[in-house]
Design a protein around this ligand. Structure first.
Ligand SMILES: Nc1nc2c(ncn2[C@@H]2O[C@H](COP(=O)(O)OP(=O)(O)O)[C@@H](O)[C@H]2O)c(=O)[nH]1
Ligand SMILES: Nc1ncnc2c1ncn2[C@@H]1O[C@H](COP(=O)(O)OP(=O)(O)O)[C@@H](O)[C@H]1O
Length: 211
């Protein structure tokens, strides 16, 4: 297929609608999306972003992120390799066209875990995802969870908390998100998430069984 516009290509190849997960750092996006992918591994595929931040213990290059230098990332951006990119807490993050295409080629629901700027930029494309916001019950709980995760320096933690306040306001804007889930009890939040994606999950299962 030859498409003059990448976005047109994406929607033409579309298959199932992608799902965007957004919300403050520490809200529980990774936890919830990992649960979803574990339970429905033949339904969802993760769009592996690029980042200039260092890997955390337990994270794997190519699975959690593609870890790159700022120079490599900038060169890719200049080359038009990214659908969207943003600076978050002093690091660059971005969704490459290849990351989304790799998932869509398998006819899976593509999951994107992106920040607020990413949401705004994806809205300018033809990707047409379902937008899910994962929100913490409160700033206090968010701070506690982030501290207990033990992945951030004090400086990084403070930057994340500042960004979280802006993010929580943004999530309240009408029409931005299709689904807003407050992650208080993990079990409840996961139940709501699955419920909201049930139609799409069943569509993919049906197609994959009959093919
Ligand atoms: N715009 C954009 N944001 C991303 C991308 N990948 C990750 N993020 C966001 O970057 C922020 C920081 O991610 P990360 O460093 O993994 O920290 P965590 O969210 O605290 O686990 C989160 O809000 C992610 O949703 C991406 O490709 N594009
Ligand atoms: N409902 C919950 N109750 C208690 N702790 C949670 C809950 N959801 C997530 N966590 C914990 O909070 C921390 C932040 O969650 P994480 O999934 O890493 O957030 P995000 O990906 O949005 O940055 C992790 O240590 C995770 O285990």
């Amino acid at each position: 297929m030859s498409c003059s516009l990448f976005s047109a290509c994406l929607s033409a190849m579309a298959g199932p609608r992608p799902v965007v997960f957004s919300g403050p750092s520490g809200a529980g996006k990774s936890t919830l999306l990992k649960m979803l992918m574990k339970e429905h591994n033949s339904v969802f595929g993760f769009s592996v972003s690029h980042t200039t931040r260092n890997p955390r213990p337990g994270e794997e290059n190519g699975r959690d992120y593609h870890y790159v230098t700022r120079e490599e990332m900038q060169a890719g951006i200049n080359n038009g390799d990214f659908i969207e990119n943003a600076e978050f807490s002093g690091n660059l993050y971005g969704t490459s066209k290849a990351a989304v295409q790799a998932v869509q080629a398998k006819n899976l629901i593509c999951i994107l875990d992106i920040d607020m700027q990413g949401v705004k930029n994806i809205k300018r494309t033809d990707l047409n995802p379902i937008y899910v916001s994962i929100q913490p019950p409160s700033m206090e709980v968010l701070e506690k969870r982030l501290r207990e995760r033990k992945t951030e320096s004090e400086e990084s933690l403070q930057k994340r908390l500042q960004a979280a306040q802006v993010d929580m306001e943004f999530s309240k804007e009408a029409g931005v998100f299709d689904v807003i889930i407050v992650n208080n009890s993990l079990e409840d939040a996961y139940g709501k998430l699955k419920q909201s994606l049930l139609e799409e999950i069943n569509k993919v299962k049906k197609v994959n069984i009959s093919s």
